[in-house]
Design a protein around this ligand. Structure first.
Ligand SMILES: Cc1cc2nc3c(=O)[nH]c(=O)nc-3n(C[C@H](O)[C@H](O)[C@H](O)COP(=O)(O)OP(=O)(O)OC[C@H]3O[C@@H](n4cnc5c(N)ncnc54)[C@H](O)[C@@H]3O)c2cc1C
Length: 418
């Protein structure tokens, strides 16, 4: 068995996507000396590397750029800040003495760090995980696989496609298919409306002539060795029909890349399927933090980066002994009604605000001006209306009420009254 070489750093960041790189830059800017990002891919940058359309960078870098340009920008910022980015370097587990087991072309090592940030991102559930029956023919993708095939490997896709899902990323898949010369027959969603911005929907419908089939689900995919047709069902009355296509892209329906978090033994959230964090990004294990899509699957890249930046600053404060990292203790935040989850899920200190001063809620229904109430026991901490609820999109709740939380009180409850 190969001996692992020990390697010591101040902070190890697992994952070189927007969240991990932004955190690493913030750590260096806060004066932390040895910051190392461990990234399994050949190049750092995360998902944006293979998402070649524009729409990245607005909230964090104050400009709009394509995904690859955005990824390169973060890699450059990390280099300028003096971050060590080790690519083709995979964290495979945790050593018995608290280190990270790492596999890289130069061999096996154990990285020991005073603090670790997990920023491993999220992935879309592939077809088998969605229980869609039928043949196992070629031509079935998730958006991530599709974009890697088209933009990273330059390989052909197919001729005619159905996109399953109508949140932002479904429209992103549509643009990739068009770029690859594939006719897009339709986007489908089981919900009564698309979940993206209106201009995307109108652009698809009027400019590109791609319909969004609402209230529609995919019940089977058929064709071997190549996909030939997809069977669709109208949710309202069960009416079924088939659509000829050689490509189907399953989009959205995210699950965090949470294997390392699970094996770290930190408290996990049964709703997000990521680690439970407090407003600083601290998990239940002191010195172990998390950020980005691992915690809130899935946000836009700039939000993931801002959450990384926030966690990086928190880690620097923690290393300097100026912040607690004990999300295991404290007050849990619970959600009710048509809310699927919240991030953060725990309040360690009512003085800490989450990234952007907002708690992220994930609604499961559409609603205009929904009423939201935050309470602790009998005390109402905040109530008011949010602009809207759209399933699979964040609803941002101002976190001013955190200062009124009783640290020895009951769980905080966030209810949506729609
Ligand atoms: C198809 C698509 C289109 C999108 N379009 C937009 C858009 O137009 N605008 C926008 O703002 N956002 C968009 N997004 C969302 C955006 O890309 C993500 O929110 C963002 O990349 C999340 O950042 P992250 O750092 O949390 O995760 P990721 O970008 O997923 O990065 C995680 C990184 O961790 C690495 N990693 C994981 N496990 C390990 C391990 N064990 N060891 C080492 N490395 C590991 C991965 O290789 C990866 O590089 C899109 C997403 C998709 C999928």
């Amino acid at each position: 068995m190969n001996e692992r070489i020990r390697h010591d750093v101040d902070v190890a960041v697992i994952g070189g996507g927007p969240a991990g790189l932004a955190a690493a830059v913030a750590l260096r800017q806060a004066g932390v000396e040895r910051v190392e990002v461990l990234e399994r891919e050949l190049v750092a940058g995360g998902i944006p590397r293979h998402s070649a359309h524009t729409g990245y960078g607005l909230r964090d870098l104050r400009r709009i750029m394509t995904g690859p340009a955005y990824a390169r920008r973060y890699a450059a910022l990390a280099a300028v800040a003096g971050v060590t980015v080790r690519t083709t370097t995979m964290v495979t587990g945790w050593s018995g003495d608290g280190g990270l087991e790492v596999t890289a072309p130069d061999g096996l090592s154990v990285v020991h760090a005073s603090a670790v940030l997990m920023a491993t991102g999220a992935r879309e559930r592939p077809r088998p995980a969605r229980w869609v029956p039928g043949d196992r023919g070629q031509g079935v993708y998730t958006t991530g696989q599709l974009q890697q095939t088209v933009y990273l490997h330059g390989r052909p896709v197919g001729r005619r496609a159905i996109v399953v899902g109508a949140e932002h990323v479904g429209f992103s898949a549509m643009m990739t298919l068009r770029h690859a010369g594939v006719e897009v027959a339709a986007l489908t969603t089981e919900l009564p409306r698309h979940q993206s911005y209106l201009p995307f929907h109108l652009g698809a419908r009027w400019m590109l002539r791609v319909p969004v089939l609402t209230g529609t689900r995919v019940v089977a995919v058929r064709g071997k060795p190549r996909l030939a047709e997809v069977e669709l069902e109208r949710v309202a009355d069960g009416h079924r029909w088939t659509e000829a296509c050689d490509t189907v892209v399953f989009t959205g329906d995210w699950v965090p890349d949470h294997e390392l978090a699970r094996t770290a033994g930190v408290g996990m959230d049964a709703r997000t399927l990521g680690p439970v964090i407090d407003a600083t990004g601290a998990t239940s294990t002191p010195g172990l933090f998390a950020a980005g899509n691992l915690c809130h699957p899935v946000e836009t890249a700039d939000v993931a980066a801002l959450s990384g930046r926030h966690a990086g600053r928190s880690i620097a404060r923690w290393l300097a002994g100026r912040a607690a990292s004990a999300a295991g203790a404290g007050v849990p935040i619970e959600v009710d009604g048509p809310l699927a989850w919240t991030s953060p899920q725990r309040i360690s200190s009512s003085a800490d605000l989450p990234a952007r001063g907002r708690v992220i809620l994930r609604p499961s229904v559409f609603a205009r001006l929904p009423r939201v109430r935050v309470s602790q026991g009998d005390r109402v901490l905040w109530q008011g209306r949010l602009p809207q609820f759209v399933p699979s999109r964040p609803a941002l709740l101002p976190a001013s009420w955190l200062a009124r939380v009783d640290p020895s009180g009951a769980a905080v409850r966030i209810e949506a009254l729609v």
